[in-house]
Ligand binder design. Structure first.
Ligand SMILES: [Zn+2]
Length: 127
């Protein structure tokens, strides 16, 4: 069972820091989340949050190698239409006890907005 922390800003409406979509601040955040924890006052919508994570992840040497030998040839972001990749990402979110459920992701929107700039620098996960 996960421990959660109540959020004093719960219910407040804010705009995503990247795509400006309106979001409602979540009531709680999971203290054990190892990735993609709910924002407390501002941050990214679910689609931009996973995009930031994916963009950091695909810069890792492991992912670059995996993408280089992808027999179907799809590269980011189009490869994220592949159901098996979406399932794997869902498993990573579940294993990391993320606040973000895979069902909240809109892959068409993620792909359409892939090249939107992020405020600030996106650091690689494995520098
Ligand atoms: Zn967004």
């Amino acid at each position: 069972m996960s421990e959660t922390t109540p959020n004093p800003n719960a219910g407040r409406i804010v705009n995503c820091d990247r795509c400006a979509v309106r979001c409602r601040i979540a009531a709680t955040s999971n203290d054990q989340a190892r990735l993609l924890k709910h924002a407390k006052d501002r941050g990214f919508c679910p689609n931009c949050a996973i995009t930031a994570w994916l963009r950091r992840f695909i810069e890792s040497p492991h992912m670059k190698a995996a993408l280089a030998c992808n027999p179907s040839g799809e590269k980011p972001p189009e490869c994220f239409r592949l159901p098996h990749l979406q399932e794997q990402i869902g498993r990573v979110l579940a294993a990391g006890q993320a606040d973000l459920p895979a069902e909240a992701l809109d892959w068409d929107e993620i792909i359409a907005n892939w090249d939107l700039p992020f405020p600030g620098q996106i650091e690689p996960l494995f520098p």
